[in-house]
Design a protein around this ligand. Structure first.
Ligand code: ADP
Ligand code: MG
Length: 362
């Protein structure tokens, strides 16, 4: 296993990139600790597979370096990097048995038969493949095939890291949940460094200790589930994480108040917030979970119109109209106003964040 560092890493598939949109990956410098469980989370096309393939050596970056334990391996081929990669669609040998499939990476490295059997047995046990070991892989379901593919990725104990590229896409939702838990157990048991790529926030947040959030070739935040939820560093993290995501209201700040754009109402802001009109586009961000809504007017509350209220089973989801802005509110109790009536919205200062040009300033 190894500590992986990316130094001024960037990648463009096209020659002579000029503008940011020419890059699949914008310059990034970051490190991944040895033994860590990381998720790489972002929408389709944001550069996740490109980054994974650069780490494994399938793609050579157009700029910057990749270091394993401080050693520059940017120009080393995949075989010399000691990386295991599990792809989105299972790659297995149909004519071999499950045991032979799992043993393959070890056989290739001239392991002794007794050692192979021991390790394959251990991996099969963890993935609940033991009863299938002597079966031919061709007859198995898509789920079982992906388990074999996962097993092949995990079987070598000496790899620098195991990279997973959306490995559960073809898996049935219930098994998906089980496998995700398994992977977490495996991480604790086998102490491998794991990098798990997904576009699914639930998958990322349950699997990883640290989630790397990407959009349009850029890493916008690396953090725990709690940090991404409570203190999104970028508006993208605010609205991508959460269901629904963060409410983001364009505003201008003057005399310690944030004036919500085109509404004629304002809320107090922290005295430390000094944002002039020249700073850029200012947005107030608050998660639906933290908005307080009441039919009774409260100090510093904004008057909105309740437009919808749905009982979601575990909570109520309200939608309120504030001028042209729609605000989502999540709360335990039903609203105390009817549809079309006024609902006063309060934003607790500790939960109200401010963004300038999409970066958090408070
Ligand atoms: P993700 O895995 O997050 O969906 P990718 O890394 O596959 O994203 O793609 C990032 C960007 O790079 C996309 O705009 C995609 O179209 C482009 N891209 C990916 N692979 C290639 C390639 N081999 N040649 C040219 N462009 C590519
Ligand atoms: Mg991809």
């Amino acid at each position: 296993m190894a500590r992986i560092e990316l130094v001024n890493l960037a990648h463009a598939y096209k020659a002579n990139p000029a503008k940011p949109s020419d890059y699949a990956l914008l310059p990034m410098t970051m490190s991944w600790d040895d033994g860590g469980a990381y998720a790489l989370l972002g929408p389709s096309g944001c550069g996740k597979t490109t980054l994974l393939n650069i780490i494994s050596g399938l793609v050579k970056p157009s700029h910057g370096k990749v270091l394993f334990d401080g050693k520059d391996i940017t120009n080393l081929p995949t075989e010399a990097r000691n990386i295991a990669q599990v792809f989105q669609f299972p790659v297995i040998y149909d004519t071999m048995t499950v045991r032979e499939n799992l043993a393959f990476p070890l056989k290739n490295r001239q392991w002794k038969t007794a050692d192979i059997n021991k390790r394959v047995g251990q991996i099969a046990e963890i993935l609940e493949l033991t009863p299938d070991l002597s079966h031919r892989a061709s007859g198995l379901t898509a789920d079982a095939k992906q388990k074999i593919s996962l097993g092949r990725g995990l079987v070598r104990p000496d790899v620098a890291a195991v990279l997973f590229d959306e490995p559960l896409t073809v898996i049935d939702p219930h098994l998906k949940w089980l496998l995700r838990r398994k992977l977490k157990e495996i991480h604790h048991e086998l102490k491998l460094s794991l990098i798990y790529v997904t576009h699914d926030q639930i998958e990322a947040l349950t699997f990883a200790d640290q989630v790397v959030v990407m959009t349009q070739g850029e890493v916008v935040q690396v953090g725990s589930a709690q940090a991404l939820f409570e203190e999104p560093e970028h508006t993208f993290v605010g609205y991508f994480i959460g269901n629904p995501g963060m409410n983001l209201l364009p505003c201008t700040v003057s005399q310690h108040r944030a004036h919500i754009a085109e509404v004629g109402q304002s809320v107090a802001v922290p005295t430390s917030l000094a944002i002039g009109p020249a700073s850029g586009v200012v947005k107030l961000g608050i998660r639906p979970e933290f908005v307080m809504a009441s039919a009774t007017q409260a100090a510093d509350a904004l008057a909105s119109i309740l437009t919808s209220a749905r009982n979601m089973g575990t909570h109520w989801l309200l939608e309120c109209q504030l001028g042209a802005h729609r605000i989502a509110v999540k709360q335990h109790a039903p609203p105390d106003a009817r549809i079309g009536e006024t609902l006063w919205l309060s934003f607790p200062p500790a939960r109200t964040l401010f963004y300038v040009n999409d970066r958090r300033v408070v």
